[in-house]
Design a protein around this ligand. Structure first.
Ligand code: GDP
Ligand code: MN
Length: 380
């Protein structure tokens, strides 16, 4: 889960990393109020989850109330690479002597953490990596040993940060590493990390990606859940605990197992149709899960038919059949259901369904037959 810059800075602050004082604003008037409170000059910054805001006109310096009005008015509603600005971050402007780059991320092939540090920050790090790779000091960090201050000191020397910045930067990097690990980030990046003419070092930008596998450890992350960008179908599925991804087609899909769900997408495409979703109901295909799955798919207005593709393994098909019968009692469906039932106790499962079959609940003998039927009904 990506955070907005202001959330990233608030996250940094919890770990003692220095950031500029500031506040959020959703309107021009709020922007003015924040600026008046923190004092001029201020920087007006677009809050969108995409980089390169500066170049796109989403970061502006304002020296007085008129300039805040002007820039806040221009930036709110601005489209930056497909992201419309709805919120601003107003912070006290910093004087910049030097711009550095610092980040931690996971080095998967190496099974370590990877620190990147450069005295050439402010610009995109990809550009530095391409044009001047020696300007980046890479540090491999054993996750068990972590990053100590002595190592961080060697690292800032190697990156050739300005002498006056080195000790502060080393201390900040240890805190950033703590934020990255204790804070369960996939990425913690500061670009630019600045040295001011007064000789202090602090974070001027924040890019934080949280590792959603650690959500159970962080009830406080709830505030970061941003509904505005989320597909409403996915939101509904998430609330029901389903493994669902929305797609753009008209054939709704329910399968047990991620592999089978992927194959189901393929076979629907092969039959000339397009899937409306990916949905893996896993092993527990009981009536509750099936009803929840059918409800989510039924709520998608683009869906014209629903393909239920079950291959019983540990899950018995007769249990699934009972689940389908019960679920169809509970959910009033606007599309027909086409089933393919195979695997453990398939015969028993099909027998249970015989009396329930109609033009709204159809059984097909194979996966391809079922896909073709579902596609035909979706196109009818
Ligand atoms: P990004 O373009 O999305 O990465 O946004 P940043 O937060 O990194 O800001 C872009 C650039 O604006 C920075 O690299 C700085 O050069 C400049 N900038 C941001 N904040 C300040 C500030 O407080 N004072 C000054 N002088 N420049 C700033
Ligand atoms: Mn930046």
């Amino acid at each position: 889960m990506d955070l907005f810059e202001y959330q990233g800075k608030q996250y940094f602050a919890r770990f003692g990393i220095a950031v500029s004082p500031g506040d959020v604003a959703d309107t021009v008037d709020e922007a003015v109020a924040v600026a008046e409170r923190i004092g001029y000059p201020v920087v007006v910054k677009a809050q969108v989850k995409v980089g390169g805001r500066g170049k796109a006109g989403g970061v502006k310096l304002a020296h007085d109330v008129d300039e805040v009005r002007l820039h806040a008015g221009n930036i709110l509603g601005l489209d930056i690479k497909g992201h419309v600005v709805r919120r601003l971050w107003i912070e006290r402007s910093s004087d910049i002597a030097k711009e550095y780059y610092a980040s931690f991320t996971l080095d998967r092939p190496n099974k370590t953490h990877l620190g990147m540090l450069s005295a050439q920050g402010g610009v995109e790090i990809e550009v530095v990596a391409e044009e001047n790779p020696d300007a980046i000091a890479f540090l491999s960090i054993d996750p068990v040993r972590g990053l100590d201050l002595a190592t961080a000191r060697r690292w800032v020397n190697e990156a050739e940060l300005d002498e006056v910045a080195r000790e502060q930067a080393a201390e900040l990097l240890v805190k950033l590493y703590d934020c990255y690990t204790t804070g369960d980030c996939d990425l913690a990046e500061i670009n630019p990390l600045i040295l001011t003419p007064q000789g202090t070092v602090h974070a001027l930008d924040a890019k934080v990606t949280l590792d959603e596998n650690a959500t159970f450890r962080h009830p406080e992350w709830q505030e970061y859940e941003d509904d505005s960008d989320i597909d409403p179908r996915e939101k509904m599925a998430k609330e029901k605990g389903l493994n669902y991804i929305g797609l753009s087609g008209s054939v709704g899909i329910i399968a047990n197992g991620a592999g089978l769900a992927m194959s189901t997408l393929d076979v629907v495409t092969q039959a000339g149709g397009e899937a409306a979703n990916f949905l893996d109901i896993g092993g527990g295909a009981n009536a509750d899960v099936m009803a929840a799955a059918l409800e989510v798919i039924n709520a998608d207005p683009a869906v014209r038919s629903i393909f239920v593709n079950i291959f019983g393994g540990i899950t018995r098909v007769d249990e699934v059949a009972n689940g389908i019968i019960e679920a169809m009692r509970r959910v009033k469906l606007s599309s027909p259901v086409i089933m393919r039932l195979d695997g453990t106790n398939a015969a028993e499962g099909r027998a249970l369904l015989t009396d329930h079959l109609s033009d709204r609940l159809i059984a097909e003998p194979t996966m391809l037959d079922a896909a073709r039927h579902a596609v035909a009904l979706a196109k009818a």
